[in-house]
Every structure is written in C-alpha cells, then in structure tokens.
Design a binder for this molecule. Sequence first.
Ligand SMILES: [Zn+2]
Length: 203
Amino acid sequence: MIDTKDLIACPTCDALWRAAEPKEGERAVCGRCHTVLRTPRKGEATRITALALTVAILLVGTIFLPFLHISVRGFSNDSSIVDAALAFSEGLTTPLVIATVAMVLLIPLGRALLLLYVVAPIAFTGRPQKGAATAYRWSEDLKPWSMAEIFILGCAVALVKVTSLATVVFGSAFWLFSILVIITVFQDGFLSRWSIWQTLDQS
Ligand SMILES: [Zn+2]
C-alpha cells in the first residue's frame, strides 16, 4: 500500500505518480504529458512574483498606449485596446464591450494581482498572507476567462485581411501585449500548483 500523500496526480492527463522532492535546479514533470508537477519551492515564488508583476505593469501600459495606427487614402486613425472594445458600444452589442474589456484586460490583471498577493509574501517572508488560499482559488477559477492570447491571435488574423486595404502600423501597446502573452505562457509553465497548495496547506 502507498500512502496517498506520496502520490501526485497530473492536473492535465490524470496520470498518478509517486511524488519526489526535486533538487535545486530540477523540476518534476509528468512522464506522459510533460506538465510541471513540482518545482523546488526556493526561488519559485520569487520567479512567479517577478513574472506576475511584469504582467500587471504591461497590462496597465497596454490600456493607455496606442495599439494600432491605420491609414488609408490620407485618412488615419490611432486606436487603443479600449477604443477597439468601445467599437461595439452601440445597440445590442453593448454587452460585448463589457465582455471584451473584462476578458482581455480586467481578468488577466485581476489574476496577476491575486497571484502577486499569494506568492509575493511567500517569496519575501516564506509565509503566505491571510486569505491566500481563497485568492489562489479565485485566480485559478478565473483562468479560463482570461483571453488575452485569444485576442492577440484574433487581431493577427483580422490584420492580415486589413493590410491589403490599408496601411497598418503596430503601436507600442501591440508589442507590449504580445510580450505579455508570451510571459503568461512562461508563468503558467513555471507555476507548480501542487507546490503552491502545499505551501498554503502547511500554513
Ligand atoms: Zn500528465
């Protein structure tokens, strides 16, 4: 018989493995689908804190900076992400404005801030803040609704069509947003949910 405490289930493919503490510089990954299962706690919280802080700063930057500059036959237009969302603000499509702003900006920002609240105290003091477990659960629940990467992919597809009709110049917010999507992917790759829950459980 094996104690269930020694077992770890892969959150992606449900494979069950015997859990071993990875050494410094090592990670435990699922042998079947390569999802990160465990990382050494030392250093992980600091890395996740840095990435979450970067995501939050980049998101705030993308709200205020120009996203695209489009010009055709002497007419030109600068637009930010908020302008793009506000394009739906007439008639029946008004709820789309709320949905777009929430899924593209507010929810990713909320997730980054929740994650900061959970991991920053662990990184600096080794102990989580009060309510960290609830904050982490919210951050995980919001994950499917955070659609920054889908937005940037949609933009890329739409722009391929627009470039044949008008001159399109990407603004600084577009590049910030692209970097942000890559960082989010890295952050999710580094993050070991199991290690975080274990730290939260122990406290
Ligand atoms: Zn797996």
